[in-house]
Design a protein around this ligand. Structure first.
Ligand code: ADE
Ligand code: ZN
Length: 340
């Protein structure tokens, strides 16, 4: 792609709204933590682990992703993982990040949810000192029963009280097919009553009906991925009218075979029809790049213009869960930068 545009995007202030902190765990850190915590891995070396990152669909990725997370045991482990992401994000000029974590992946191994959040929070507080503002979103694993999500939600209530500035929402992730949003209506209703922000992965591998369910039954504020919405014209019009954003993750979609080639990605069609899409990295340690690499890949493949790149960046700020005042300041900063 045009190197001037790449440079302009790279240095632009931006928000990242779809990043699973466990998906930022690089193979080097997985091995270091395995050694530190005496956890046995199924791979002999960093190279052997990386070689296993040849995914055919979402589930083939999730199996390896959950195995990678098994090295996280202590507060310091969650701190180290999160601080590594903070540094990568700052290097990509991310000024605001909204970060997912999967407590059930850890509590089922006996790691208390308080340990998980304390480690992540300590690194995010350090991130704030270095120039990255952030929010944290607790995700429920949809392959597990709703009763487990409800128990996780109840166990997290003291943490929502303790970290109100940080822990501001709930989300839904893991294996999409066969686990529609409707399965989690009750737990999302509770979170909504409490005034939390709501997001859900939908329309990544699953059909447009899952996006409708996320909107109508869970009443989400944003949809994660949502790229299959393009198959339903009425849904696209509704997303455009409501300005409910889709947090799109191009390299993830490519690696998980949602599209067999980046030139087939539907982001430009969504953008052309007025849907608030923006660019994110999802699980950057597994999919070959952090947020800037995702921008480069999609702008290059779809031959997006400078104006379209600006719209994506601006949408990331518009869709952030920040106050109107903070949003206005972030947009002003982008505008000043973009005009120079
Ligand atoms: N957990 C981590 N990454 C995910 C993705 N892309 N889809 C669903 N669940 C996930
Ligand atoms: Zn995701």
């Amino acid at each position: 792609m045009n190197p001037t545009l790449a440079d302009k995007i790279a240095h632009a202030p931006k928000a990242e709204l779809h990043i699973h902190i466990e998906g930022s765990l690089e193979p080097e850190l997985i091995f270091e933590l395995a050694r530190r915590n005496d956890v046995k891995l199924a791979y002999d070396s960093i190279d052997a682990l990386r070689a296993a990152y040849a995914f055919t669909d979402l589930q083939s990725f999730l199996d390896i992703y959950y195995a990678g997370a098994s090295v996280l045991l202590h507060e310091q482990d969650f701190y180290d993982m999160t601080l590594a992401y903070v540094e990568r994000a700052l290097a990509d000029h991310v000024t605001h990040a909204e970060i997912f974590f999967d407590p059930q992946t850890h509590t089922e191994r006996g790691v208390p949810i308080e340990t998980v959040v304390a480690g992540i929070e300590r690194a995010l507080a350090e991130g704030e000192r270095r120039g990255l503002t952030s929010k944290l979103i607790l995700c429920f694993l949809r392959h597990l029963p709703e009763e487990d999500a409800l128990a996780t939600y109840e166990s997290a209530l003291p943490l929502f009280d303790k970290y109100p500035h940080r822990l501001i929402g709930v989300g839904l992730d893991s294996s999409e097919r066969g686990h529609p949003p409707s399965k989690f209506e009750r737990v999302f209703a509770k979170a909504r009553e409490r005034g939390l922000k709501l997001v859900a992965h939908a329309g990544e591998e699953g059909p447009p009906s899952y996006v409708y369910e996320a909107l109508d039954l869970l009443k989400v504020d944003r949809v994660d991925h949502g790229v299959r919405s393009i198959e339903d014209a009425a849904l696209v019009a509704r997303l455009a009218d409501s300005r409910i954003a889709l947090t799109v993750c191009p390299l993830s979609n490519l690696k998980l075979c949602v599209f067999d080639d980046m030139t087939k990605h539907t982001l430009k069609d969504l953008l052309d029809q007025g849907v608030a899409v923006m660019i994110n990295s999802d699980d950057p340690a597994y999919f070959g790049g952090y947020v800037n690499a995702n921008y480069f890949a999609i702008v290059d493949a779809l031959k997006l213009s400078e104006d379209e790149a600006y719209t994506l960046l601006r949408n990331s700020l518009e869709a952030s869960f920040v106050t109107d005042e903070e949003r206005a300041a972030m947009i002003a900063r982008l505008n000043t930068y973009w005009k120079q």
